[in-house]
Design a protein around this ligand. Structure first.
Ligand SMILES: O=C(O)CCC(=O)C(=O)O
Ligand SMILES: [Fe+2]
Length: 314
């Protein structure tokens, strides 16, 4: 048998019909698969069939409704964390993104909705709040598995209590010719874990350990899980936050949603002492997440190829 000449790519892990109950043999089996995927790629595809098709259609209809609003209206969404605010590429508008901070909390989803639709839009609010809550199950399971795989589950409560969520909604306009256009440049995610979903237009690409770019194809029931810089720091580099980018090349607009878990304002990120020893010397100095975020928004950060190493590499 000859060796494979193409990258195999991030594996698929099946969260369907599993109860995702910690302590069961199914859970341990999934954890084993997740560990291998994360050690090799820092990401994986997850099939998760608890989100019904009708509901997924409501989500993508809601995205279209949102991005069809006038630009001035979308600019009302502005937060202290700049990447969560309404962002758009310079004219012509080829890429737009808008974040719903704490979308899993009903009052926050409502406040976001009312900012855009002062007359109210209960369907939109309900759809995106439910979506964030459902997808949080994937985020929670993955983070719990990560703590367990390194034997540091005693930090579970502390880890979860110091984190929050943002649901980032994105639109990539289709290229008008058959050119391939970069929608988002290569980067690592700034949070703990990211769970991505897309309409049936692909574009996400992930860089392997060897520097090869691999296109990510997702079935309608699949989501894509990526480790972010915070989890790389927290696990003392045991897990790698992979570089990824988005390239659009199809004739239809691409819509995607990314649920990010990230530290709450004021949090310090520090690898637990159990994960630092002679064999695994400290790779990243403890850091204030807000300062890291400031760094990411600075000129130095924006030009960095390796955010966490440049910010707090030990
Ligand atoms: O749209 C996507 O699939 C990915 C977006 C992304 O990488 C990000 O928002 O950090
Ligand atoms: Fe990303």
């Amino acid at each position: 048998m000859g060796s494979l000449e193409f990258p195999i790519g991030p594996p698929v892990v099946n969260f369907c019909k599993q109860d995702l109950k910690p302590g069961t043999s199914q859970w341990d089996y999934l954890k084993y698969q997740v560990k291998h995927a994360l050690e090799e790629y820092g990401c994986f595809k997850v099939v998760y069939d608890k989100v019904p098709l009708d509901f997924r259609n409501d989500v993508f209809d809601g995205l279209k409704e949102l991005f069809n609003l006038p630009t001035e209206t979308k600019h009302r969404i502005s937060y202290g964390r700049a990447f969560n605010s309404y962002l758009t590429s310079p004219q012509p508008t080829l890429f737009e993104s808008i974040g719903v901070e704490d979308a899993d909390v009903f009052e926050m989803a409502q406040s976001f909705t009312n900012t855009l639709w002062p007359e109210g839009n209960p369907n939109f609010c309900k759809t995106f709040n439910s979506y964030a809550k459902q997808i949080s199950e994937i985020d929670h399971a993955v983070r719990r598995m990560v703590l367990e795989m390194f034997g540091v589950e005693k930090y579970y409560d502390e880890h979860f209590e110091s984190s929050c969520k943002v649901l980032r909604l994105m639109k990539y306009k289709a290229p008008e010719t058959n050119e391939k256009r970069v929608g988002i440049e290569s980067h690592t995610d700034e949070g703990i874990v990211t769970v991505i979903h897309q309409n049936q237009i692909s574009g996400l690409e992930i860089q392997s350990k060897d520097g090869e770019w691999i296109s990510v194809e997702l079935s309608p029931r699949s989501f894509f899980v990526i480790i972010g810089d915070v989890l790389m720091g927290w696990t003392n580099g045991r897990l790698r936050a992979p570089q990824h980018r988005v390239c659009v090349r199809e004739y239809n607009d691409r819509y995607s949603l990314a649920l990010f878990s990230m530290p709450k304002p004021g949090s310090i990120v520090k690898a637990p002492e159990e994960l630092v020893d002679e064999e695994h010397p400290l790779q990243f100095k403890p850091f204030e997440y807000d300062k890291f975020y400031e760094f990411l928004c600075s000129d130095v950060g924006l030009n960095s190829q390796s955010f966490l190493k440049d910010f707090c590499g030990a």
